[in-house]
Design a protein around this ligand. Structure first.
Ligand SMILES: Cc1cc2nc3c(=O)[nH]c(=O)nc-3n(C[C@H](O)[C@H](O)[C@H](O)COP(=O)(O)OP(=O)(O)OC[C@H]3O[C@@H](n4cnc5c(N)ncnc54)[C@H](O)[C@@H]3O)c2cc1C
Length: 397
């Protein structure tokens, strides 16, 4: 065949649908699960849809991407929301991001936080460090570092935060000390807001419905229950069966049991790629909060975020938690109420950017293209993955 696509998550589904839109139908998608959608799948739990890959909200900046997605699930099937996300820090529950909302804390806490930010490295003109933990202290001061950023990120990504680099931190909100001060004086948030300031969520479905529709449009061109176990790079062949002119890989490179034809340095580099796993658990309890989601840095709680479903999924009840698999204790829990996502976050370890560039540049010369969160090993949200899939399909046309 012309194209073989590994994985039917947002990346594989968008690439394949773009091929169809471009008049190409000589392709096949291989998916190891028995349904499409990857991390963006939903399931009915407690009488309503629940996103089993974690809290998923549609926030698209690129109009072409929005038109592409609304082409499968029209705008009228979505509700629009203004983000209400909160952080439980000490005995304060304030809006996120923390540095723009210190004004919501008790006055004595505001003073302590402001004093710490005033002497943070970045405000004293010190050079930016290249280790994640050092960067947190440098950027936000020791109060935010120790009360929120370090415990929260440890809960989410794992204990050794200094394995992570700083090249990805443009994803975090950027609020200057001046903006923090003004926000405390004027009692309102200042500075760049984090992602999803406004977002869409389906009116009657979970987020997974969008991707089921993209899958449906592909008909029998998806083969379910077919794990890519072996990739022969030079032969452009998968599982000794599927041969193609071009292979688009959207699955974690490290989830393919055997890759033949990879240069030794790349095979060695692959072993250093890291990821973290997240468990989503449904809790059948109504919470008295208007928040869509709340972050919990408290190391005494196993989860790091809760998603208050009844505030964005009309007619539903209950909430769900997100917990790093290493902190999740499944004993006594009903298996129908939780879902383990082994591949949740690609970790931004030092040296990863350079390695991924080398891997993708060299495999591309052999007709194998990495695409999406795992194919490129980047923290891409689904809208970014769709944009990259559309662009790649158009580029290869
Ligand atoms: C907790 C959490 C919250 C998130 N929140 C948001 C959000 O609010 N908004 C947003 O836009 N994005 C969000 N994201 C990101 C979003 O999940 C990803 O951008 C998106 O799922 C990436 O799509 P993908 O196709 O690249 O990867 P995936 O969704 O991971 O899909 C990969 C596919 O490959 C399949 N596969 C794996 N191994 C194999 C194999 N060997 N052979 C065949 N198939 C295989 C998998 O089953 C899966 O279907 C969030 C992610 C997480 C973890």
């Amino acid at each position: 065949m012309k194209y073989l696509i590994l994985g039917a998550g947002p990346a594989g589904l968008s690439f394949a649908n773009r091929l169809l839109q471009n008049g190409i139908d000589d392709f096949l998608v291989l998916e190891k699960e028995d349904e499409a959608g990857g991390l963006c799948r939903s399931r009915d739990i407690g009488g309503s849809p629940l996103d089993i890959g974690g809290g998923h909200f549609l926030d698209v900046r690129d109009k072409e991407v929005l038109d592409f997605l609304f082409g499968f699930m029209p705008r009228e099937l979505w509700d629009g929301y203004e983000r209400d996300s909160r952080i439980a820090v000490g005995d304060n529950i304030i809006n996120s991001p923390i540095e723009a909302n210190i004004w919501q804390m008790k006055i004595k806490d505001q003073v302590e936080y402001l004093k710490a930010i005033a002497v943070a490295g970045c405000n004293l003109g010190k050079p930016m460090p290249d280790k994640f933990v050092d960067w947190i202290y440098w950027k936000l001061g020791d109060k935010i570092a120790e009360d929120y950023m370090i415990p929260y990120n440890k809960k989410m990504f794992g204990e050794d935060l200094n394995e992570l680099g700083t090249y990805w931190l443009n994803k975090l909100p950027n609020v200057s000390f001046d903006e923090t001060l003004i926000s405390c004086l004027e009692k309102k948030a200042y500075g760049t807001q984090p992602g999803h300031a406004k977002f869409f969520y389906p009116k009657e479905f979970g987020y997974g419905e969008l991707w089921l529709r993209l899958a449906k449009a592909l008909g029998s061109r998806i083969r379910y229950g077919e794990k890519a176990k072996k990739l022969d790079i030079d032969g452009r062949c998968v599982n000794d069966t599927y041969k193609a002119d071009i292979i688009i890989n959207t699955v974690p490179w490290t989830a393919i049991d055997r890759i033949d034809g990879l240069d030794e340095d790349l095979a060695g580099g692959l072993k250093k790629l890291k990821h973290s796993s997240v468990v989503i658990e449904y809790i059948d309890e109504q919470l008295d909060t208007p928040a869509h989601w709340i972050y919990y840095p408290d190391p005494g709680l196993d989860y790091h975020r809760i998603l208050v479903r009844h505030n964005f999924c009309p007619g539903s009840r209950g909430y769900w938690t997100e917990t790093n698999l290493t902190r999740f204790d499944k004993s006594g829990k009903d298996e129908d109420n939780y879902h383990i996502n082994e591949y949740a976050y690609p970790l931004n370890t030092t040296g990863k950017q350079e390695f991924m560039k080398e891997l993708l540049d060299r495999t591309r010369t052999k007709g194998i293209y990495g695409l999406g969160r795992w194919g490129e090993w980047q923290h891409y949200n689904s809208d970014v993955v769709v944009a990259r899939a559309i662009r790649l399909a158009d580029e290869l046309r």
